[in-house]
Design a protein around this ligand. Sequence first.
Ligand code: ZN
Length: 333
Amino acid sequence: MPFAEIVGQARAVEILQRERRTGRVPHAYLFHGPESIGKKRTALALAMALQCRAADEDACGACSDCRNIAAGYHPDVRVTTPEAKTRGAAEKIYIEQIRSLQQEIALRPMAGRQKIFVVDDAHRLVEQAANAFLKTLEEPPDASVLILVTAFPDRLLATIRSRCRPVRFQPLSPESVAAIVSREKGTGAEEATRLARFAYGSVARVLAADYEAMTKRRAQFLEERRRLTEGGPAALFSVSESFTRNSVEATEFLEFLISWERDLMALTLQGPAAALVHGDCAEALTREAESRRVADLLGRLELLVQSLRWLQSNVNARLVIEAALMPLGGETN
Ligand SMILES: [Zn+2]
């Protein structure tokens, strides 16, 4: 995947290209931004551009270096990912993995021009591993580039963060997601656009599911939302509890609520001409929008967006979810 195949990250790619062209590639990068928007893919594109002997503006994508990187077995490009020590355990990056990275980084490049190490989900470094890794960042061997990839930079040691050049990745627009979906799944443009709207910017989500599964999921979220608005404090308690146990679902639910409130806002401000994420629910949305005031919608949207940020930065999930959902429970009063 040369840079040309990275969709929707023009700014990040431009920075990386410029640094490569001018010979100013730092020893360590920190690629950060929401999950599943192309950070790791871009890290591999950079690895390709750095290793490819035919690279000009971009990697050629066809030489043995490029092909080996794409296939995942280039001897000088290595990706470290979190592992579970036992089945079902949380995935972490352990000290053994960092030690083996350190042994490798000390060697000279075998086939390429330098050694490139991608550490995916770097916020999952256990403490001991993070401290060991810091040593490598403090004294990086020549001809080596480390690329840390994470959606949660706040969870990294500040001392690690400060030694990396940060590159921020943007959430993907629905158009970008649709372009990726139709490329990866061979879906027609119309279907890809429908799927993309449901993805809230996450490509993995849309590639993993199909339209039917996503519609089902939304129906479930709508039902939870209805319970919240009609069920009072008891519903707030049980819905919050069910989402507290699963932060992935909680994130998805908040993203769904944000998209729904945005649609309500769009309808209130622009009327029937508004472009909706949940266009197939226009009737229900229009009914709901009639009784809502812009100031309330705005307040709720801000709270939801803030809650999503809190959820991603390790604040107690239960508190965040309750705070985010509370105003829904008060709606019918
Ligand atoms: Zn090449």
